[in-house]
Write a protein that binds this ligand. Sequence first.
Ligand code: SAM
Ligand code: SF4
Length: 325
Amino acid sequence: MIDKHSRKINYLRVSVTDLCNLRCVYCMPAGGSELSERDEILSFEEILKIIKHGVSLGLNKIRLTGGEPLVRRDITSFIKQISDIEGINDIALTTNGINLKEHADALKKSGLSRLNISLDTMRADRFSDITRGGNIQDVFDGVEEVLKVGFTGTKMNTVIMRGQNDDEILDFVRYISERDIELRFIELMASGWKNMVDADRFIPSAEIMEKIQEIGELVPVKERVGGGPATIYRMKGSLGSIGFISAVSKPFCSTCNRLRLTSDGKLRSCLLSGGEVDIKNILRSSSLSEEELADKLTETFIKVTTMKPIVHSGENKAVMNQIGG
Ligand code: SAM
Ligand code: SF4
């Protein structure tokens, strides 16, 4: 699939659930978000049907996210079913790490290619504040288990917020200097939930980079696993690498190769703007023959691809746990 700005679309990010076992301050209201009715959430069979159709149109890369994907029952057998689809050559998963230790081995055996683990602080009390109650040790244990069972290309997603965790930038750099992990600093984005993100907390990547360069030179890395929007650097003597995702200060829309599937069945052209089509309604339409359904799915993929904006407007703030961050 090629969009109207000549971008080749081969990547689908799938939010498998809007449920989460944390309540991060920048992502959800304290009382949790408004959840979809359970029968509004796509079944694994429905997601597989959409992925298989996407593969016939050129998809070869999948990321599972949420909400928290590891709270969805049978997630590892679902990943195995995706990895069995001919044409899929990369399956990644983004997790908060809370249930990772118990799942790491099964995830490795399921055919999952890579993991992104989100962690915004190295301190137990702050972790509990930022996530509203999470236990940081669960994440640390999850990280070690993932490395132990043999995952490579593991990434750590870190959102730095002024006055909240900006004094920990170098602690993160030291943490990955002893581990084969790509640390990715992600710029704070406005949230779709009302009054969730205080704009004063935003820190641009350039400022974080400057801080890191106080302790060593950052050398750009050319080759990297999995591709993606981050600019990657390495510091001499460090086992890990450091990336910056500057979606706010320097949007990377010109190289965007992805569509998104929301947990309630919308095929979406962009996290922040552009349009979406309710693909679940099409799948659940009993009046369509197999052939008509296939035509409708193709039509939907093409339509959503053409909706991709050349640059996101940033006007629509994302409701992360539903769309999938
Ligand atoms: N629950 C999983 C997790 O936390 O990794 C997957 C879903 S979460 C929505 C995916 C990513 O979105 C996380 O790395 C999280 O830090 C990021 N995220 C959520 N809200 C954000 C915001 N307002 N600005 C920047 N990143 C955000
Ligand atoms: Fe849950 Fe991830 Fe959102 Fe945190 S960022 S509340 S872990 S979905």
